[in-house]
Design a binder for this molecule. Sequence first.
Ligand code: ADP
Ligand code: MG
Ligand code: MG
Ligand code: MG
Ligand code: MG
Length: 460
Amino acid sequence: ILADDTAFSRHQEANLRPEIVQALGDRIRETGVKYIYYMLPTLGSRTVAKVVPAELYERMLKKGIAFHRTALTDLQTSREGELIGGGVDAHEFWGLPEPETFQVLPWDSEVGRIFCTAYDPPHLGEGGGRLVALDTRALFKAAHRGFTERTGLELRSGLEPEMTWIGPGIEPISKQDQTPAYQVENLEKMRPVYKKVISYGQALDFTMIQGDYEDDGQIELNWDYDRADLTAERMTTYRQICKQVARELGLEASFMAKPYNGKMGNGCHHNLSLWRVSGDGPAENVIEDGRVELHATQTARHAIGGMLLHTPGSMLVMASTVNSYKRYWDAGQFAPSGADWGLDTRGVAIRISANGRMEYRLPDASVNPYLSHLYLLAAIEHGLEAQIDPGDPGRLSEAAQGGAVPNTLGMAIESFEADEYLMGAMPEELTRIFLQLKRDEWARYCGIITQWEFDQYWEA
Ligand code: ADP
Ligand code: MG
Ligand code: MG
Ligand code: MG
Ligand code: MG
């Protein structure tokens, strides 16, 4: 997919079909949108955008937006003072809109948004016109299409991002020795928050299903699962919604993995199922076989085998910040830290929580959802292809052992590099730049003197 020089021009051609131009124009006129964000998720899971008056939509369908390449790497400057992913002279990428993703922002009906796909400019010659491997959203979509073509299966997923809110009026009320989880009075304090988040989610096509209060200032609001690329995209939208609600209410909302010691971290369980979509009939969930007791089908076992084998290697993606690992060190806070699986138990990496779904519990809420799905999909496909048996709960088979699970970002970098299968399955540019970013982050962190060190060593 990444070697296709015609990708840009084919996308452009499709955008300029008269019925497509007409349909977007109609939508803009019907909704009264006056401004449009043309946007893209970055490697670090932020969103970059340009705002363009809506009337220029036809020009945008053709030309799209241009950014310096390093916008996709969050403009991170390395310890040596260089921009990671390209210097001042690095060429731009061009982002072409996907008109079917047009939506109106529920908090300002004059503003719309459209996701874009990033390409190297066609005028570059060698390599021009190709999909940019750092556009993880486009990459996962393409990978998922390939997976479906090869296997006849579709990955569906539901995410459970937790997040921490702070600000006036939402201080926790529990006593020291009680858990604040699920207390209706805590939920009441979050009423302005969940009302807005749920209604904005609904307006943006989420099927919102439930919500709860889990720890001080921490809530989780769930929406229904869907095809994995759509779910990942909703995670980008969800973050945007929560940031907006925080602004409206004078609060702050954070998806940081572990804001406080002694309180639960912000996890982001990935619930996964595989659906056969190749036949004539309705799609069929192949990890469920109608038995009532909790179970894993043969297909589920192979998928689990693949995910466990590649857990050490993909931790850098699932837990991608220095802070992510603090979540696993804080004992008694429900976060798993090994490569294991089980039926309805919360201490493990993969839990069969209900028939027909596998819950991968290691990722945290700061995760790039496109990358996490990309790596999980590769691991699952390996498991299915090689029929990797995971062993029984509590006893990992030899075939599913991928080595020790890293518990710092530094160790995760090493485990990532040691996973030859995943290295081979991913585009070279993505791997190289992701590693460069993470090595730099780790090096900067290791060089910082913390308060803990003063407390520990000043008097020594
Ligand atoms: P938990 O019991 O772990 O707290 P939640 O109810 O909070 O789980 O969230 C479960 C998530 O899993 C929801 O997003 C739900 O839509 C999703 N889910 C349910 N069934 C499936 C399935 N078959 N495949 C993928 N995701 C699913
Ligand atoms: Mg949940
Ligand atoms: Mg939770
Ligand atoms: Mg939790
Ligand atoms: Mg869960």
